[in-house]
Design a protein around this ligand. Structure first.
Ligand code: GAF
Length: 384
């Protein structure tokens, strides 16, 4: 059944009233990983997989949530909300909490949630849900919050309720994307350009390791601290330095202890920012071969220097390395599992998919799900 109709039908039979519907997509990121919280550049885009929410306001202060994918309800009042360890409700209540902290009175509401962004796959299903919720409440309450402020509140919801000190990438991509483009975002100034990425002969293909590590959030926060520790050391010599964005590779070599964790992390991030800038030049020249080579370099750095890969991700990247139909491949997102992103010659997708899934199954005993993505617009209201 059509997912929108399904969400609407479930809502109506549960709450006996008509909902308003919203969708917010998951994302890919072509290059620029772990650069957002270092005030660097990123190159993400929303994809054709989304979280759908059906919502109606209530006259009391009860929030009644129903997650179709888990067949679970969560009921709380607006004044008694609190984070729940590993709870899906965090992504909704965290947003309500942000609205309250910004002075907006939020009444009770009913919400049904259903998504087809695979969770734990590094495609930002949680950011998609946060963006759907803030967009929906902004609309239903007539708050008129600028989109960029909604993005920032959704990001903070993740910090406070989910405990992950994420950068701005996932929420920005989910909310701000447009069809057929990637966004080149400067995470310091928040200035951005839309870059067309719509090549007939090249497709964006994801292979899902189906591995999720529960260490991911704590390791993510540790990486952030390690980058900040590097900045603090370099700042002693160059007081104007605010983040790794201001740091050159020479300074990393000069001031940080070679081969220490902090050195490795900072070396990766400074290199990654440069790769992104080079990658944008390559796209402008329609040179996806060069772009793909940069993606392989990024993976190498994420695996060896930043240490956020895992053996399954490395295997997927190694498997396509010598395949002429694959221009570039790397792990994507926070890491420790999830998907690889690959640029594949469209005419040879079937052969590549058969080869990769066959080899992965032989090695790990499971067939990795494959997603061929189109780049789509960000969060929107569904007119029905
Ligand atoms: C996760 C985070 F949520 C993003 O902010 C970003 O840091 C990414 O990991 C790594 O690039 O998706």
């Amino acid at each position: 059944m059509d997912i929108v109709k399904e969400v609407k039908d479930i809502f109506e039979s549960k709450f006996q009233t008509k909902p308003v519907l919203f969708a917010s997509p998951g994302r890919v990121n072509l290059i620029g990983e772990h650069t957002d919280y270092n005030e660097g550049f990123i190159l993400p885009a929303a994809i054709d997989k989304a979280v759908y929410v059906a919502v109606s306001l209530r006259t009391d202060d009860t929030i009644h949530l129903h997650a179709v994918d888990f067949n679970e309800d969560y009921i709380v009042t607006v004044n008694e909300m609190a984070p729940v360890v590993n709870g899906w409700s965090n992504y909704i209540l965290g947003v309500v909490d942000q609205l309250q902290k910004n002075g907006y009175a939020v009444p009770g509401f009913n919400m049904v949630i259903r998504g087809n962004v695979p969770s734990g796959a590094g495609l930002s299903s949680s950011a998609a849900l946060e963006c759907a919720v803030i967009f929906a409440l902004n609309d239903l309450l007539g708050l008129d919050i600028p989109k960029i402020d909604m993005v920032k509140m959704a990001q903070l919801a993740e910090h406070t309720y989910a405990g992950v000190k994420c950068g701005i990438m996932d929420q920005f991509a989910s909310m701000m994307s447009i069809d057929g483009h990637v966004i080149r975002l400067d995470c310091r100034s928040l200035e951005y350009d839309y870059i067309p990425f719509n090549f007939k002969d090249i497709s964006v293909v994801l292979f899902n390791t189906q591995v999720t590590h529960n260490l991911a959030s704590s390791e993510y926060n540790t990486r952030r601290e390690e980058c900040e520790a590097g900045v603090a050391i370099i700042k002693k010599k160059h007081p104007h330095v605010q983040s790794l964005r201001d740091v050159t590779l020479d300074w990393v070599e000069q001031y940080l202890e070679k081969d220490s964790k902090i050195y490795n992390r900072c070396k990766f991030v400074t290199g990654e920012n440069q790769r992104l800038l080079d990658g944008c030049d390559a796209i402008a020249d329609n040179d996806l071969e060069s772009f793909g080579a940069l993606m392989f370099e990024t993976h190498e750095g994420l695996s060896k220097l930043y240490e956020v890969s895992c053996k399954e991700l490395d295997f997927l990247v190694d498997t396509v390395k010598e395949n002429k139909a694959v221009l570039g491949s790397r792990m994507m997102g926070g890491g420790f599992g999830g998907c690889t992103i690959n640029l594949v010659k469209t005419s040879e997708i079937d052969e590549v998919v058969a080869d990769v899934t066959g080899k992965y199954q032989e090695k790990y005993g499971i067939k990795p799900p494959v997603y061929i993505c189109t780049l789509q617009k960000g969060t929107y209201k569904i007119e029905i």
